[in-house]
Design a protein around this ligand. Sequence first.
Ligand code: GDP
Ligand code: MN
Length: 435
Amino acid sequence: IPLLLLYKHEDAKSLLYSSTAFKKLGQHLDPLMYTSETYRQWGWHLEPANVKFRFTNPMGKSGSPEEVLENNKAVYEAELAKEVTEPKDIDLTDLRPPDKKHIDQYVRANATIIALVRNQEMTSIRRTIRRFEKSFNSKYRYPYTFINDEPFTQRFKDKMAQTTEAPLNFVVIPPELWDKPEFIDVTRELEAMNIMANHNIAYAKKASYHNMCRFYLGTFYNVPELKQFKYYWRIEPNVDFFTDVQYDVLKYMEKAKKVYGFTVNLYDIDETVATLWPETLNFLNQGDNYKYVNPNGAHQWLLENKQNPKKNLVAGGYSTCHFWSNFEIGDMDFFRSEAYSEWFKYLDSTGKFYYERWGDAPVHSIGLALFADRRDIHWFRDLGYEHDPYYNCPNNPKTSRCTAGKFSRWKHLDDQNCMANWFQLLMSSKDTSYF
Ligand code: GDP
Ligand code: MN
């Protein structure tokens, strides 16, 4: 049986991923945990005969999905009830807002705010910017880079200039970073779109949405105008920021050497990523690609299968947990790295950004969970944020207009929350950024 084994020597426990071949045997197995004192290095083992393994759950207490959800909700609520102000892992003194008179001399991180947006989204992106400026950027004046697959109109540019005092760049994406690759089989694409549309998957038939995802997950960091920057903070139309921030969030990334920052963590529509994880395993199993895997990655979070086991099953062993990418703060050098770009090249070659609807969020998240140290992925729990229908709403006096601890506008969406899985991971890595 061609099993793939990826193990973590750090705590002498290992995770065994079942391959697609294994699944074809009709088995639905819990990801396996493997214990060994002998293996001290990372590697893939194609023959399990020489290893001993036992079946355990990778994350969380066992129980029915309903029980697990109940428990995870309680964990989330208890965590969000704690009063948190700002990160405590580094000294924030020189990250305080500069005096308005001296804002021009303020030394910023090498960063830009990015917004991929269409001309017709002018009003909704302005709404975002007004809120974002009030919460953060009026205090620091980081430059904005507006990105579009078409030229921005003069009216759009003028309106943006009226909305902020920060420097503005307007960029048209080179077609080779945006357009669907030529090798895509349009018949196959159309069939896939129709099937997904019949299953009520949002944007299934919207070709530009597929381009957008591929752009944000695989090519944006190669836009010529972004090459000069290391960090980006992505914003979107119609999102809200609820916290009066008193430290330079982008400089925090730099000083604390974080690779990625997020606010909301949730499950995905499994069918859109049905073979993303199996294809990723194919990639890792080619040549010596396993060398890219970070021993301190967030692997268990990727494999979780307790709260929404059906999603894990449909997604071939991937929990579908992901950082919600409409808010993201990241180090572009991570996405420019050999590990991430080789993996992207492989994913792209499968054509499944078009034959499925792999989103930018799950791809970023899997990449980060595999190739980055999980301690460099930072939950900005102190930043109140909303992109309909989900929130991150902290309990602190600097946050207003949202209900602390509320996850979604709709109660029935509480089961989409993945945060409890992330907490579990952090507890094991003793994250101390807030306490
Ligand atoms: P959702 O959040 O997944 O529902 O997707 P959105 O419609 O918010 O799209 C995500 C981001 O990509 C937003 O910032 C949009 O403005 C942007 N976007 C989506 N499609 C296009 C497109 O075809 N062209 C441009 N320029 N921006 C797009
Ligand atoms: Mn959106």
